[in-house]
Write a protein that binds this ligand. Sequence first.
Ligand code: COA
Ligand code: MG
Length: 292
Amino acid sequence: MRPRRALLYVPGDQERKILKAAQLAVDSVCLDLEDGVAWPNQEAARRLVARLLGEQTFRAGERLVRIHAPTGPHGGVAAADLDAVLPAHPDGIVVPKVEAPWQLHWVAYRLQQAEEAHGWPVGSLRLLAILETAAGVERRRDIVRATARLDALLFGAEDYTADLGARRSPDNREVLYARQAVVAAAKAHDVQAIDIVYIRYKDLDGLAREAREAAAWGFDGKQVIHPAQVPVVQQAFTPSDEEIAAARRVLEAYARGRAQGVGVVALEGRMIDMPMVKAARRVLARAGVGMT
Ligand code: COA
Ligand code: MG
């Protein structure tokens, strides 16, 4: 799966920011038609996003569009969002406030129709879902297996705590359960898990701490809202030289043990067996380097 260490939101009605985002070295850019756009600007945002997707070369690997959550049998506002942006061929669609599998079935069907109509490879338009309500988090297991097209689960802390009636705190304790539940659901179905936005965008030290914590918990990336957050987050989700060297030592020790016919070995005062080997392989895979 493609790396999504940082996924940068850009309000879909702000041309200057979209042009700026197009120049950034960020894994994923997400042009927002939902809560980042004031209601009277909806139609203008759809037109702007479609135009700039067509005109601009994005330095980013990936160009996503966040639509509204589908409502009712005809999708509601989400239908107008998709009608406007799909002909401009984004790489994928982010669906917010997902609470039931049918919402992803509905979007996946629309994506397939667009692929067939335009002659794009079937299955090539990606789908990402945000769980950010109590109902969505509680139905995560059904939602994550709604469609094979789903690439990632994102967790949204601000909407989630607003929905719960919980109060946000600096230590994130009120979202601990949901963050970990979302990682577990994603990993159980082999999709990526993308962590919460750090809204105090001038506090890069706090951001780095939260991003390192997310990486240590198994998240693959983090949603971001400001260009300054991008390098901090992308670095936090890239294994350090020390982590890579440690992973290599684990694999070497294990290989030596196997050569001698044992499956458990000692390394630097620690027991090494298969789970540590798997973790070491994951580190090297994330670093994009080989096993040796
Ligand atoms: N994408 C691209 N460029 C961005 C950006 C973003 N998300 N956020 C800020 N920038 C640009 C600004 O336009 C500015 O560029 P300029 O000097 O060339 O005009 C530069 O980065 C510095 O921005 P700064 O002045 O520090 O921030 P701001 O006060 O303009 O904006 C926010 C602060 C939070 C309003 C802004 O970062 C933002 O809109 N973030 C995205 C919000 C969003 O999409 N929310 C919904 C999803 S949670
Ligand atoms: Mg939200």
